[in-house]
Every structure is written in structure tokens, then in C-alpha cells.
Design a protein around this ligand. Sequence first.
Ligand SMILES: [Zn+2]
Length: 124
Amino acid sequence: MSDTGTRIRRGDTIRVTAGKDKGKEGKVIRAFPPDDSAKKKKPSRLLVEGINIIVKHKRAQPQANISPAAQKAQSGRIEMEAPLYTSKVALVCPQCGKATRIGVLTDESGERYRACKVCGKSVD
Ligand SMILES: [Zn+2]
């Protein structure tokens, strides 16, 4: 396992540190790995519950034979989470509750684990 890319995983709670949702916290639904295959390297992204909500408008097909009100009823708004870059989030430590960076440490048996940079405890 390499050290590059995100250390934040699905199920982690994160706090947004930049952008329109700055300060909000949410649970990671899905972690996308960085895309190194493309020429332009894409950083890793996260899908986070309730964060970076985008609204998609679904427009009803215009029909001549129905009223404007009926047409309006057929259109809708779909709200969904959009992925955000891991550079814009910080992990919320489950031990001390602070937004923190993650360090990777090795225990006595050689097992690597993620640790909170604030309290030093394991966040796995
Ligand atoms: Zn901590």
C-alpha cells in the first residue's frame, strides 16, 4: 500500500475546510482514488453525506395540450451530493473530535495504522 493519495476512507467523518460548505461536517459515503491513468493527474475525491449538494433540474417535455401548471408539476429538482477534493477536507478525529491531519504510524508488530496528529491516537 502506498502513502500517496487520500488517507481518508469511507465511513470517516470529515470537516470541510474550503469552499461553500466550509465548516460543515459529514460522513464519507465513497472515496474515489486519484486518477493517475489520465495525462492530467486528478486528485482523489470524496463523496460526503450532505456536503457539496448540487441541484439538478429536470424539465418536463413541453406539451401543447396541457396547462402550464401541469407542466410545472412534471418538472422536478433532484438534489445529490457531488464529489469534493480531499484537499478541501480534514478528518474529524473520533477520539478527540478535532479536525486533524492524519499521520501513518507503525505499531510494534509492524502494522501500519492511521493516527490523529492532534491527540496521537489511532483513528482506525
Ligand atoms: Zn484526535
